[in-house]
Design a protein around this ligand. Structure first.
Ligand code: ADP
Ligand code: MG
Length: 340
């Protein structure tokens, strides 16, 4: 039995379908991420699990019990919001103790538990500060401690790192993951940032227009996208279908191939077994630091993006420039067939 079971959840707001037939099993201890563009229904699904929204139809079970109609505060679930929602007039310690106080945990015990939770987010030295005396990242960690101290079975996090600048966000991604693993709490995490989802998650649920497009490990959804939407949403992809598939592959198909799985070779190159080589002309070469990204047009007029990792010393790499005649080369096993 899964810890959280969502069955055919449906939710509309007026004429907008925010969630359509969402079915998902979440295992105990899992770090699962709801990923999708803005407006795809991630927050709505999270709010239904929290109890802040009631589905029009469908059910939610937690540890086997039907909680679909249960009020939020009776659910063994806690939410960390993007804006932290700390009480401004309370110290970090008091903020973390607050939930324990409302649960009538005795004073000494709640002080100790709050100290422990604050230590777990590495802010023991800042426990007596007010929220405005903390940095954005520190406020975020206190908000997390405030949720963790209640030891919920499930922690819901809605874009909790969205307000942080990039460097801090990346540090917090690592810390959140460590805290989750150590606490053994199931995290349901919402983000629209694919890198963040790939870095942190055991599994990713990809949303589009209120529907679940695919559920899988980061590697599964990246390497074996189930739909065109997933192939295009996660990282860069060359998607070949219709005419382009016939020209490049010589057969009708819908396939995706990642830019980093293709190589450029001089037009004198001889392809080996298992390789496909297609004559092309370089249109653009962009140096972007770790990679050089080439845009090429095949002689049949199909545009491909090909990325090359810059592994050699500066100046030592073989670089191509616009106008060069080349071969676009890939292993047939690097093509991912898109079923839908
Ligand atoms: P996401 O979190 O993926 O950005 P949301 O779940 O917030 O998406 O929204 C899904 C859709 O439902 C959007 O079109 C949004 O405008 C709409 N929506 C969400 N909440 C409400 C609401 N309370 N009233 C009206 N429309 C809403
Ligand atoms: Mg949202």
């Amino acid at each position: 039995m899964a810890l959280v079971e969502l069955r055919n959840l449906h939710k509309t707001f007026g004429s907008v379908t925010a969630a359509a037939d969402v079915t998902l099993d979440i295992e105990s201890g899992e770090f699962i991420t709801l990923l999708g563009p803005s407006g795809s229904g991630k927050t709505t699904v999270l709010r239904m699990i929290a109890g802040f929204e009631t589905p029009d139809s469908g059910s939610i079970h937690l540890s086997g019990a039907d909680i679909t109609q249960m009020p939020p505060f009776d659910r063994d679930v806690n939410t960390v919001f993007q804006d932290y929602a700390l009480f401004p007039h309370m110290t970090a310690q008091e903020n973390v103790e607050y939930g324990l106080r409302t649960r009538k945990v005795p004073k000494l015990q709640r002080a100790a538990q709050a100290r422990e939770a604050i230590a777990s987010v590495k802010l023991a030295h800042a426990a007596d500060r007010l929220p405005h005396q903390l940095s954005g990242g520190q406020r975020q960690r206190i908000a997390l401690a405030r949720a963790l101290v209640l030891r919920p079975k499930v922690l819901l996090l809605d874009e909790p790192l969205g307000a942080l600048d990039r460097q801090l966000r990346e540090e917090m991604q690592v810390e959140l993951k460590t805290i989750q693993r150590e606490a053994g709490i199931t995290f349901i995490f919402v983000t629209h940032d694919q890198d963040e989802a790939m870095r942190m998650s055991d599994r990713i649920v990809i949303f589009n227009e209120g529907r679940v497009e695919q559920v899988g490990t980061p590697e599964q959804v990246y390497e074996r996208p189930a739909t065109r939407f997933v192939a295009g949403f996660l990282g860069a992809a060359n998607i070949l279908d219709g005419e382009a598939a016939r020209k490049v592959l010589g057969r009708p198909a819908t396939v995706s191939i990642r830019p980093e799985r293709m190589r450029l070779q001089p037009s004198t190159y001889t392809a080996s077994g298992g390789e496909t080589a297609v004559a092309a002309t370089v249109r653009e070469a962009a140096f972007v630091g770790a990679n050089t990204v080439y845009v090429v047009d095949t002689d049949d007029g199909v545009r491909l993006s090909i990325s090359r990792t810059n592994t050699q010393s500066p100046g030592q790499d073989q670089r191509f420039v616009a106008g060069d005649r080349v071969l676009a080369v890939w292993q047939q096993s690097h093509l991912a067939e898109i079923p839908a």
